[in-house]
Design a binder for this molecule. Sequence first.
Ligand code: FES
Ligand code: FES
Length: 152
Amino acid sequence: MRIAVTVNGERKEADVWAGESLLFALRERMGLPGSKNACEQGECGSCSVLLDGTLVCACLVLAAQADGHDVTTVEGLAEGERLHRVQEAFVEAGAVQCGFCTPGLVVATAALLRNIPAPSEDEIREALSGNLCRCTGYAKIFDAVRLAAEGA
Ligand code: FES
Ligand code: FES
């Protein structure tokens, strides 16, 4: 089937098969490899995107379900050449090692700070509980979230 999705403000069309995930469609058909595929089971959060403003795992959403809707991926957060403040904070805090989890964490953090500009420690941990990182031990990721919140 053919779908049309507004991705990062731009209309994209693609031919997808019935069981295809939004993650596959974004990465393989729409030229947006920023969202990562680590588990494809909704466990790791590396594929996090916003669907009509709501944080979702793109691996758990059918591409067909996104037809006619708005999707924001990590590629859509920066404004031109200027990184999103969450991206800047991750760099500044040294919150990136292998980087595989980073796009999902950045999208999840941006969603958190949009809803709660000054989150508590518990709110940060709760908001990022669906995003797994096997490298950093999370301390620097939480530093980055605090840094981004302070820079709001
Ligand atoms: S790839 Fe989607 S949650 Fe892991
Ligand atoms: S930096 Fe490697 S998984 Fe998070």
